[in-house]
Ligand binder design. Structure first.
Ligand SMILES: Nc1nc2c(ncn2[C@@H]2O[C@H](COP(=O)(O)OP(=O)(O)OP(=O)(O)O)[C@@H](O)[C@H]2O)c(=O)[nH]1
Length: 298
């Protein structure tokens, strides 16, 4: 039997004539090249089925159009070409094409003090669309960071002051004695709570961007947040991290505001929405803040 004799159900007329907004495949396994790295990815590829009379789209044509992602670095130009290919292979059936690529970008990060470094992984989704000939790219990025509660820090400081009053009541203050006291558990009788936190950034890129600014956005976000989670850590690094957190107390509202101001300045960003989640150690629930810019696009 050759291919000419194989039944082709997709070519039949639909039983219920109705256009569909998105038809395609979800979670196609792919090795991709991103920022020069070979990464394991999952792709969602689809087109609109505007010909309501047609039974189905040609899944294999979309699947095969993804092959180029194995050889070429993901860029807006490449995404545009793939979406054009989707539409060319569905002439008369589809007006709109969509591609989403989910992966984890790896960035090498230096330790705060020691001459060490390690890898951090950032979940990213790159979404491209070609709708009525208009090409558009969006990025979703997750950035983990550390946040220490300013309220908890103030309450802890008050308890330390009370302990000091108790331990040094009616005593002549002696420098060496106070210094030694500061080095005991009494000197830090209460500690503020801190939490591993996540910023979810959903960014719309302007049409002139020719490279995906993933690392630039991540770097800008981490600089704005101030206390990115670390990779390789020796005691000297842990101490520097403790100091950085103590100097960087923040509520989720502070984090959202800082990120908003940083992303506005990030090159290539035309709109965004963001959500920060502080996975509280005080509560079993999270503290969350959201913000956006140029809402009509985001
Ligand atoms: N449209 C559609 N295809 C499906 C679905 N589930 C599985 N497929 C299969 O996807 C396969 C590939 O479809 P096509 O791209 O039309 O394959 P083809 O007819 O050999 O390829 P062309 O000659 O290029 O059209 C077919 O064997 C379909 O049965 C579905 O829900 N919808």
């Amino acid at each position: 039997m050759n291919s000419l004799t194989l039944p082709d159900i997709a070519a039949q007329a639909a039983r219920q004539a109705l256009p569909l907004e998105w038809v395609g495949m979800h979670a196609i396994a792919l090795p991709v090249l991103l920022d020069g790295q070979r990464l394991s990815a999952k792709a969602d590829a689809g087109v609109s089925l505007d010909d309501g009379e047609a039974r189905g789209i040609h899944m294999s044509r979309l699947y095969l159009a993804l092959e180029t992602l194995e050889q070429r670095n993901i860029s807006p130009t490449l995404l545009h070409q793939i979406l054009e290919h989707f539409l060319d292979s569905h002439a008369g059936l589809s007006n709109n094409a969509y591609l989403k690529i989910h992966t984890d970008l790896l960035l090498k990060r230096p330790a705060l003090i020691s001459p060490l470094s390690g890898w951090k992984s950032y979940p990213v989704t790159i979404s491209a669309s070609l709708k009525n000939r208009m090409f558009h790219v969006e990025l979703e990025i997750e950035v983990p960071y550390s946040s220490t509660c300013p309220c908890s820090a103030a309450l802890a400081r008050q308890l330390i002051q009370q302990q000091f009053i108790e331990d040094f009541a009616n005593k002549q203050l002696n420098h060496a004695e106070v210094l030694a006291w500061l080095g005991t558990p009494q000197g830090i009788v209460a500690t503020p709570h801190s939490q591993r936190s996540t910023a979810q950034l959903h960014v719309h890129l302007d049409e002139f961007v020719d490279e995906l600014p993933l690392s630039a956005i991540i770097n800008d976000a981490e600089a704005a947040l101030g206390t990115a989670v670390q990779t390789a850590v020796k005691r000297a690094d842990e101490q520097a991290f403790a100091l950085a957190n103590g100097q960087n107390l923040m509520f989720c509202e502070d984090a959202a505001r800082r990120l908003n101001l940083a992303l506005r300045r990030s090159p290539g960003v035309s709109a965004f929405k963001l959500r920060v989640t502080h996975a509280e150690s005080l509560h079993a629930h999270d503290a969350v803040a959201e913000s956006h810019w140029h809402r009509e696009q985001a």
